[in-house]
Write a protein of this length. Sequence first.
Length: 254
Amino acid sequence: MDSAQNRQAQVVAIIPARYHSNRFEGKPLAKILGKPMIQHVYERARAVPLLSRVAVATDDQRIADCVNAFGGEVVMTRSDHVSGTDRLAEAATIMKIDEHDVVVNIQGDQPLFDAEVVAQVAGPLLEDPALPMSTLIYRIVRPEEINDPNHVKTVFDRQGRALYFSRASIPFQRNPGEGTPTYYKHLGFYAYRKGFLLTFVGLPEGEWERFEKLEQLRALEYGYTIKVVMTEHDSVEVDTPGDLERVVELMQQR
């Protein structure tokens, strides 16, 4: 084993951010209590002791200028990426992150994420050097989320390894009289071993991924393990201007 493998893995957070969005154009720059949303996310990440480095990855000069203005680190990436994971992988390469280090993908539209979730999602990879990736799940408590395709559901085995992710309500309840199943939704926090991240983006699109439009299914289809970690912290995603209003209200309450 080489010296890089012997040392404690570093944990680096990358926040992919793009300007164009079908439902909310320019949302990383949307103001929340006087600050752009991307600044709220960045500052929360910088306050996490586990993280040795935090950077925003973007292809948009407006976002880059915003991050530079508040003193954050920004990495300019190509504009032709199909997904945030592709942007993450390019940024990790530009940043020269070691292949054994852990890269945490923090969504740029979750300005209220709890600091503890970073340690929760990165923990399995720090404990098991053979594990390629992990992600967070949360027990659904709002019934309206069960059948909402924007809230991705998951099922997993007894060792906490993901079996499938779906926009459908899995598991399907065939006999309603036999009790109500517990539903778990997937939260958009991932941790990858840097070496695996590059492997992952090099894989051809998976069949189930193509239909569900869920990248994580590619890893499962090609036989890679995704460790799921239960968290007590839900995270509000800003997909629409209405979501932004909800976040503003929550921040004002805090």
